[in-house]
Write a protein that binds this ligand. Structure first.
Ligand SMILES: Nc1ncnc2c1ncn2[C@@H]1O[C@H](COP(=O)(O)OP(=O)(O)OP(=O)(O)O)[C@@H](O)[C@H]1O
Length: 265
C-alpha cells in the first residue's frame, strides 16, 4: 500500500513531544506528521505511551512540552473549535448507562451542535445498520459489551469528523461486525478522513493501516507501511516485527515460569 502524502497541510503535526508523570518520563521526544487519508496503526507494548499521546492530541492532557498542531492550529492556544472535527472512541468509555441509546446519541449529537431530529434519524439509521434496530429505545445498561461498543462507535461518527481517534475500537464486536467496521474505515479514509487506530490486535492493524507507527518506551521506533516494515525487518507478520523491534523473544520461557508458579502449592 502507498502512503498518501497529500500536498495539503498536514492534518496532524507533532514536534519533540515530551511528557512526564512526576519523575517518570513517559514520552521522550515524539516527532510525527500525519496527512489526510492516512490510516495510522498506532501500536506499542503496554505502557509505551500510546494513550498518553492520544489524550494530549485530544486536549485531555495539558502538561507537556513540544508542539502539537491539529488542522494547522497549535492545540495549546485557547481555540477549541478544532475539536468539532474530531471523533474519539476511548478504550474505556464513560457511557451513560441509564440513558437509552436514543437519548445518549441525540445528547452527544446536540453537544456537537446537530439538530435533534437530524441526529435522531442519523443515529437510528446507523443503529439499524449495526443490527441494533430493536434496542434503540432500550437502556444502555441492558446492552452486551459489543452492543455498547457499537453505540460508542456510532457516537464518535455522528458529526462526520475529519479526524478519528480509535482506541481498541473492536473489543466485543463479532466477526461480521468487525468486517463491516474495517470496510467503513477504509471507505472513510478514501473520502479523505484521517484515522488514528490504536490496538493490540496485530492482524487487524496489519490489514487496515496504510501506515504503522510503533512506539516503544515513549519513542517512535518504526514508521512505515506494513510492506516497508517487513522489508526493513525481514520478518513475516506484524506480530513478529513487533516482537523483534521491542526486543522480545522469550515468550516460551516466560510462559514456562508463569505456569510453574501457578502450580506452586
Ligand atoms: N495519570 C497518570 N498518572 C501517572 N502515570 C500515568 C498516568 N497515565 C499514564 N501513566 C503512565 O504512563 C505510561 C504510559 O501509559 P499509557 O496509558 O500512555 O500507555 P499505553 O501505551 O496506552 O499502554 P496500554 O497498551 O497498556 O494501553 C505508563 O507507565 C503509565 O503508568
Amino acid at each position: 500500500m502507498v502512503i498518501i502524502h497529500s500536498v495539503n497541510q498536514p492534518i496532524l503535526s507533532i514536534q519533540n513531544l515530551e511528557k512526564s508523570y512526576g519523575a517518570k518520563q513517559v514520552l521522550n521526544g515524539i516527532d510525527l506528521t500525519v496527512y489526510q487519508g492516512q490510516i495510522i496503526g498506532y501500536i506499542g507494548p503496554n505502557g509505551a505511551g500510546k494513550s498518553t499521546t492520544v489524550k494530549i492530541m485530544l486536549g485531555l492532557e495539558e502538561h507537556f512540552s513540544g508542539r502539537v498542531e491539529i488542522f494547522g492550529n497549535d492545540i495549546s492556544d485557547e481555540h477549541v473549535a478544532y475539536k468539532n472535527r474530531i471523533g474519539y472512541v476511548p478504550e474505556v468509555a464513560e457511557i451513560y448507562d441509564n440513558l437509552t441509546a436514543h437519548e445518549y446519541l441525540t445528547f452527544i449529537g446536540e453537544l456537537y451542535g446537530l439538530e435533534f431530529d437530524f441526529v435522531d434519524q442519523k443515529a437510528k439509521k446507523l443503529m439499524d445498520l449495526f443490527g441494533l434496530e430493536d434496542v434503540y429505545h432500550s437502556r444502555i445498561s441492558s446492552f452486551s459489551k459489543g452492543m455498547k461498543q457499537k453505540t460508542l462507535i456510532i457516537s464518535s461518527l455522528l458529526h462526520n469528523p475529519d479526524l478519528l481517534f480509535l482506541d481498541e475500537p473492536i473489543g466485543g464486536l463479532d466477526a461480521n461486525s468487525v468486517m463491516v467496521f474495517k470496510e467503513v474505515l477504509a471507505q472513510l479514509a478514501l473520502q479523505g478522513k484521517t484515522i488514528f487506530y490504536s490496538s493490540h490486535i496485530m492482524d487487524v492493524v496489519e490489514k487496515i493501516s496504510n501506515r504503522i507507527i510503533l512506539l516503544n518506551d515513549g519513542k517512535i521506533v518504526a514508521d512505515g507501511s506494513f510492506q516497508e516494515l517487513r522489508q526493513q525487518n525481514q520478518e513475516g507478520t506484524l506480530e513478529e516485527i513487533f516482537n523483534q523491534l521491542t526486543g522480545f523473544d522469550e515468550h516460551r520461557e516466560m510462559a514456562e515460569e508463569f505456569v510453574s508458579i501457578v502450580q506452586e502449592m
